[in-house]
Design a protein around this ligand. Structure first.
Ligand code: NAI
Length: 342
């Protein structure tokens, strides 16, 4: 069943369940932001989390004090930048989520965030490489296509890079594809699992609608409905940016998606078979200079990257989308790598 929808339907029940082992320490960097706060709350409700460390340059102590009062088994502690708070927040972290950074305003693309966010992610990654080099890292801060390679370069420079522990969180694209297609097809969102491959910005987002029966119908009919659906999945974030009118981008749906991504790792570490689309160092299109790519990935029992699966059969219209994605993605990855060479 689709992990995102399965989680919400059972979230409250599972928060108090005694059958799963809650023994994983999770850190959220940028925890007081629009995404960070609801993400921290959802993680506090996850029965597989034993300890939650919240770090931010502002307000983290308050957010942690608030979240910690939820009567679920995990403990939640907040840290600010004073007194080595960043390093303290990372001690013994097993999963680190990074939503720290500026969100978009109307008219901005995710790439426009590069200048602001590249150095934020770099500095947080440096601390992670020093204090928690074995943690699994999920990068949410945009532009994900570039910030993930930045983390890889930081870890390489520190001599601790393990590509199996680094992920870009592209789950929101999958959540949106599921919501939008099920809205058209009249299917249950929880059972409408659209693989979304490529990267996480506009044309690099490639939904593979033809791989499920209700999507195949829409793809084969083609025309305006298909074009509008694909555009909505690729640019759904713009709808939110526009509706928030300068107050930021997707936060609540992103927190839901980020919590779901973390839950996928936690469940795999707890013995479940889990496969998700996520952005990782990948051999699939490395010959085209695209060294990071999102495709279905089996999560190992260690919560790390297991088998990286190919994209599977594509309709010619999807092949076109993939062909358009690769050069853009290559440029985004190069931008991240070059930033670290400066
Ligand atoms: P926000 O501005 O509400 O929150 C960002 C938080 O990061 C703030 O609390 C800020 O104090 C904190 N921060 C800034 N510099 C920091 C540092 N050096 N160390 C620790 N914390 C720091 O922004 P929002 O809406 O939460 O978005 C965060 C990021 O997530 C943005 O880059 C946004 O583009 C991205 N995003 C990613 C999505 C995805 O699908 N991967 C979807 C939506 C947003």
């Amino acid at each position: 069943m689709f992990a995102a929808a399965r989680q919400t339907s059972s979230l409250a029940k599972r928060a108090f369940s005694t059958s799963s082992v809650n023994n994983t320490r999770v850190a959220v960097l940028g925890a007081a932001g629009g995404i960070g706060q609801p993400l921290s709350l959802l993680l506090k409700l996850n029965p597989l989390v034993s300890h939650l460390s919240l770090y931010d340059i502002r307000l983290a102590a308050g957010v942690a004090a608030d979240v910690d009062h939820c009567n679920t088994p995990s403990k939640c502690v907040g840290y600010g930048p004073e007194d080595g708070g960043l390093e303290k927040s990372l001690e013994n972290a097993e999963i680190i989520l990074i939503p720290a950074g500026m969100p978009r305003k109307p008219g901005m693309t995710r790439d426009d965030l590069f200048n602001a966010n590249a150095s934020i992610v770099r500095d947080l990654a440096k601390a992670a490489a020093k204090v928690a080099p074995k943690a699994r890292i999920g990068v949410i801060a945009n532009p994900v296509n570039s910030t993930v390679p930045i983390v890889a370069e930081v870890f390489k420079a520190a001599g601790v890079y393990d590509p199996k522990r680094l992920f870009g969180v592209t789950t929101l694209d999958i959540v949106r594809a599921s919501a939008f297609l099920s809205g058209i097809a009249g299917t249950k969102p929880a059972e409408t699992n659209v693989p979304v491959v490529g990267g996480h910005s506009g044309p690099t987002i490639v939904p593979l609608l033809s791989q499920l029966p209700e999507g195949k119908k829409v793809v084969e009919q083609g025309g305006e409905q298909l074009a509008a659906l694909v555009k909505r999945i690729q640019f759904g974030g713009d709808e939110v940016v526009k509706a928030k009118d300068g107050a930021g981008s997707a936060t609540l749906s992103m927190a839901y998606a980020g919590a779901d991504w973390a839950d996928s790792l936690l469940r795999a570490m707890n013995g479940e078979q889990v496969e998700i689309c996520t952005y990782v160092e990948s051999p699939l299109y490395a010959d085209k200079g695209v060294s990071f790519f999102s495709s279905p990935v089996q999560i190992s029992s260690e919560g790390t990257v297991g088998e990286i699966k190919p994209v599977g059969q594509l309709h010619p219209s999807e092949q076109k989308l993939l062909d358009a994605c690769l050069p853009d993605l290559k440029k985004n990855i190069e931008a991240g790598v070059n930033f670290m060479k400066q």
